[in-house]
Write a protein that binds this ligand. Structure first.
Ligand SMILES: Cc1ncc(COP(=O)(O)O)c(C=O)c1O
Length: 402
């Protein structure tokens, strides 16, 4: 007991795995060629960006795919392609991160925040209540929690709401066997370092809608070179949109695409590795007095690249004590309840450009959300140790103040 209570974790919560050798070699080949711009291809050459799009379309089962400069760019581009503009309202999750309302604000539109449940998914009752306020929903599968997509789509279809899926945290996941991103009219992914594949920065858009995707390709900065895409609509569709779709450059380049292609092939293996780690952590903290595990629903094919738990109705000082005690033992936890935005973590009332009506039920949940990254550089033993530390420190604070 004594020895265990002094155990410390010494791993790094922001250390991702190295880029696979195969990807490094592909990147070096692109650099040696000098042809980094996606449309700079030799005669007969297809180009890494175009091939990447073809492969991501195949992976998700989408008709079309566009690779872009970031996940945030993908979301802004999706909104523009849908015709969302200044003053329009867009429904979105109250529990998400800053790039999501930021993308809405980037087109001059106004976020309407929808509450979160204790399962950390969008509150469908609140969505139904607000459904009349907008005809687009930017649905963020925040931290990989996937709502009942059948119920959500039925609700949105009934209200004529078009759904953009933000799959920054669900690449490789799904709902009842349907890949995440295949329910809405268009979906956005991120390939930024902390996501499921890593090109530093980058993103994807997928859709089956030819007009939307032709617009997205034009928006991303394809000039009149769209025929060099392999997962884009037919040229005839571009004829219809090319004169009235502005260029808002945000292309993916061949270098990043080269880094990503081998990683996409490894994605199922990576998902299994994340879920094994998630399983150890979840079981390790389950049953800790005062701590509520976020239960996953049967339909959810999640990717456990992070884990959340709730310290529901704890006062701030006690939560702060848990975080400090865990930090002292090397375990970095983030808290969504803090009044001030910190590092990557902020919440809907931090975004003062997007005022919201009060949401007491959501505030109660957010005040209790504790969040932790699970980099794949952690072993299963590391995860067991981290869980023991969390269990001990939550338990100690709970008992002291119980
Ligand atoms: C929920 C969510 N959506 C979208 C993004 C945007 O991704 P990017 O950083 O590639 O712009 C992020 C990035 O952190 C995110 O966490």
């Amino acid at each position: 007991m004594g020895e265990r209570s002094t155990e410390k974790f010494t791993g790094n919560f922001t250390q991702q795995e190295p880029i696979p050798d195969e990807a490094i070699e592909a990147a070096v080949a692109v650099m040696r060629s000098g042809r980094l711009h996606r449309y700079n291809v030799a005669p007969g050459e297809l180009g890494e960006a175009a091939l990447l799009e073809q492969e991501f379309a195949a992976l998700t089962g989408a008709k079309y795919c566009l690779a872009v400069a970031s996940g945030g760019y993908a979301m802004g581009c999706a909104l523009r392609a849908l015709g969302v503009g200044p003053g329009d309202k867009v429904l979105t999750n109250a529990f998400t991160l800053a790039p999501v309302p930021g993308a809405i604000a980037s087109v001059g539109a106004v976020p309407v925040f929808v509450g979160v449940t204790e399962g950390l998914v969008i509150d469908l009752e609140d969505l139904a209540a607000k459904a009349g306020q907008a005809d687009v929903l930017m649905l963020s599968h925040m931290r990989g929690h996937i709502v009942d997509m059948d119920a959500l789509m039925a609700l949105c279809d009934a209200h004529g709401i078009r759904v953009i899926e933000d799959c920054a945290h669900t690449m490789g996941g799904g709902w009842r066997g349907v890949p995440s991103g295949r329910h809405g009219v268009i979906a956005c992914y991120s390939t930024q370092t902390y996501k499921h594949v890593n090109s530093g920065e980058g993103g994807f858009l997928i859709s089956d809608d030819a007009e939307l995707m032709a617009r997205a390709v034009m928006l991303s900065g394809s000039y009149m070179l769209y025929e060099r895409h392999l997962a884009a609509p037919e040229p005839e569709m571009f004829e219809q949109v090319k004169y009235d779709t502005p260029n808002v450059s945000g292309r993916m380049d061949n270098l990043r695409a080269a880094i990503l292609r081998p990683q996409l092939r490894k994605l199922p293996e990576q998902v299994a590795a994340w879920n094994a780690r998630y399983g150890v952590l979840e079981e390790g903290v389950r049953g800790t007095p005062g701590l509520q595990v976020v239960e996953r629903s049967d339909g959810e094919g999640f990717v456990g690249s992070s884990i959340q738990f709730l310290l529901l109705d704890w006062d701030e000082a006690r939560i702060a004590a848990v975080l400090a005690r865990c930090a002292a033992r090397g375990v970095e936890l983030k808290w969504f309840g803090g009044a001030e935005p910190v590092a990557f973590t902020s919440r809907y009332d931090s975004w003062r450009y997007a005022p919201s009506a009060a949401m007491p039920a959501t505030d109660r949940v957010l005040k209790g959300v504790v969040d932790m990254r699970i980099p794949l550089t952690f072993s299963l033993e590391d995860c067991a140790l981290i869980a023991r530390i969390i269990r001990a420190e939550v338990g100690a604070v709970w008992q002291a103040n119980g």
